[in-house]
Design a protein around this ligand. Structure first.
Ligand code: SF4
Ligand code: SF4
Length: 439
């Protein structure tokens, strides 16, 4: 680590006044009630490592990866401690010293470096998964319970695989799409990696909504994964590499804003400026791209823009789960609610503990499956209490995790609002809006 980064980390830690106001909002502290599993406890541990008072140890590594990096503690902190910077730097240190657990190292090298960092390999892996699902093999493996022979967790993780649809978002999509009439502005769009193959319909809804609201949309084909999963898991080298690639791609176009419909990706793009602050060639370009990045919900409710009125939808009860990287990292919380509540006929009900992490947290649900499921069950119980037909969320990790939780914990049976076993639907707020435009 260079000297200025070291100074920055020391500076961030020095702001902690040990008041403990972050403890009640920390999901991992709520699981153990152990000080070392709280934000304050982890800051003490990180400080001790920095001051060479303790060595890297298995328990230190365990705490750094038990943390969800949900950043709820940042929102609660009266002293403005940027906790996320600390835990991500600790993970970088762990990776550099090759102290990370073997399963984590495996997931990082195969999934993050091997697949997500390359668009070609992401598409290839998704095509193989699609074939596996369509051939009926996935269902047969699920039914046979054969994976439980190796481990119950393997069986459950297999059931978490996202369903891959007919077409990826970037299959045949035009590079520039114009609205009817004179455009009121020009925006670029990030389609990323996982959403491109696993939730392409959300991207299509986002582009439709932008067009319906009079924006021309640029969709550069050469863009790559944003690097957030790499950055949050200590692989700063790869995070910087893909950030530079994206900067090179997007700077070829003129646009007013870079629109993102994935909370995790948007949060990381907004951090490109910090990530590349010491890069003599990319620092200012990174800062410029970060400033232009907007979550789609944030962009649509900007006062000067004005949202196209929707036709409305009758008889639907809707709730909203706040993605950590939208509410805590980007501080976007009211805008999605404004969009939802602008739709006539919708009954909006607040979700208890809406800002409590669902346990997805990047690759957390793979590498800390048991802890993730405890958080997911808590979230699903809260969802069931709303009696909602639809839960909205603006992040692919949460979207897929909630879909899995609804299947696993059987929300439909507990709800039964219409007398039928209707399964609660998971949607992006923009998808709901687009549905009302098509009524
Ligand atoms: S709320 Fe902030 S200042 Fe207080 S203990 Fe937590 S991190 Fe430290
Ligand atoms: S990031 Fe989340 S899990 Fe980690 S210490 Fe903060 S509140 Fe707890």
């Amino acid at each position: 680590m260079n000297e200025s980064m070291m100074k920055h980390i020391d500076d961030v830690m020095s702001h902690c006044i040990h008041c403990g106001m972050c403890l009640p909002v920390c999901p991992t502290y709520a699981l153990t009630y152990q000080e070392q599993s709280s934000p304050r406890g982890r800051i003490r541990l990180i400080r001790s490592v920095h001051e060479n008072k303790i060595d890297l140890s298995d328990s230190f590594v365990d705490e750094m990866y038990f943390c969800l990096d949900c950043q709820a503690c940042q929102t609660a902190c009266p002293a403005g401690v940027q906790y996320g910077v600390l835990v991500e730097d600790a993970r970088r240190l762990i990776a550099e010293k090759k102290y990370d657990p073997i399963t984590l190292r495996f997931v990082k090298s195969i999934f993050l470096r091997g697949i997500l960092a390359s668009k070609f390999r992401t598409r290839l892996a998704a095509k193989i998964l699609r074939w596996y699902q369509r051939s009926g093999l996935q269902e047969a493996v699920d039914r046979s319970d054969i994976l439980s022979v190796f481990s119950d967790r393997l069986h459950d993780k297999h059931a978490m695989l996202p369903k891959i649809g007919e077409k990826f978002f970037d299959d045949g999509v035009a590079e520039v799409i114009s609205p009817q009439g004179k455009p009121r502005g020009r925006v670029a769009f990030l389609f990323g990696c996982i959403m491109n193959v696993a939730l392409p319909e959300v991207h299509r809804d986002t582009v439709d909504v932008l067009l319906a609201n009079g924006f021309e949309v640029i969709i550069p084909k050469q863009q790559v994964c944003c690097g957030s999963l790499h950055g949050h898991n200590g692989d700063i080298v790869m995070a910087k590499r893909v950030a530079r690639e994206n900067i090179d791609v997007f700077q070829q176009y003129a646009f007013d804003a870079l629109i993102v419909d994935s909370a995790g990706c948007g949060a990381f793009l907004k951090e490109y400026g910090t990530l590349l602050v010491n890069d003599p060639i990319y620092a200012s370009k990174a800062e410029a791209l970060s400033k232009k990045t907007k979550d789609i919900t944030e962009f649509l409710v900007q006062p000067c823009e004005g949202l196209k009125p929707s036709q409305g939808l009758q008889g639907l009860r809707v709730t909203y789960h706040e993605a950590c990287h939208l509410v805590h990292t980007q501080r976007v919380s009211q805008q999605p609610r404004q969009i939802i509540q602008s739709i006539p006929g919708i009954e909006f009900v607040e979700l208890p503990e809406a800002t409590w992490c669902c346990g997805s947290a990047g690759i957390y649900n793979v590498v800390r499956f048991d802890d993730s499921m405890k958080l997911l069950e808590r979230k699903i119980n809260n969802l069931a209490s709303t009696n909602a037909d639809i839960v909205l969320t603006a992040n692919p990790g949460c979207h897929l995790q909630l879909q899995y939780g609804i299947r696993k914990f059987g929300v439909s049976e507990r709800l039964g609002r219409h007398g039928a076993k209707r399964q609660m639907e998971v949607m992006h707020p923009v998808s709901l809006l687009n549905r009302t435009y098509k009524v």
